[in-house]
Design a protein around this ligand. Sequence first.
Ligand SMILES: N[C@@H](CCC(=O)N[C@@H](CS)C(=O)NCC(=O)O)C(=O)O
Length: 217
Amino acid sequence: MLTLYGINLSTFTRKVRLALAERGIAYTLQTAAMGSPQVRALNPLGRIPVLVDGDVVVPDSSVIIAYLERACPGPALYPAHAPALARALWLEEYADTRLREATLVYFAERVVKPLFQGKAGDAAALAAAEPLRDEAFGYLEEQLAGGELVPGAGLTVADVAVGAQLITYVQAEAAIDAGRWPRLAAWLDRQRQRPAWAGILAEEAQSLAAARARRGG
Ligand SMILES: N[C@@H](CCC(=O)N[C@@H](CS)C(=O)NCC(=O)O)C(=O)O
């Protein structure tokens, strides 16, 4: 049995969970905080997620998903055709870096501070985040001109990577503005309805609702 060390509201844990669910792979989620001694023993960077498969320890969401592709049967997340593979890997990289940078501040200011730290979010930080958000969403809107991130390839690693980051944004901001980024908003709506995504997102929504209830709002 596979064990995934992470937290259910962590973006990169979500990325791996979406991949596991889409590929129909059973696993146990072991709650483990970033930077904790438990995580540092598995990943010198102290970051989550980390997958443990028997005596194989696999840190990093991208490495985990690549490992699972070889280690477990199930629908492939890496296109066989080289140009499509390159596009999927690039969009995964873009999601993990620029899109993350563009969206994390919303979650930090609107969710983490008020719900988990008892502090008010910083309105100036949110205002300052808008240009990068607009750039990243604009880029993805262009990439979706063909309707899919990797046209003709089905669901790929790009979809779980981009989706994982956008969910973080939606959890903070409630929605992607369909008036400004119609293809991106519609794409995310479609992904969220996939059975593999719906269960994980419902579980995360419950965690957020419980945190809000604890804070009395
Ligand atoms: N490249 C890593 C990034 C993982 C990552 O940054 N995870 C966050 C939680 S979502 C974390 O552990 N942050 C703590 C830190 O960077 O020290 C991956 O793809 O797994």
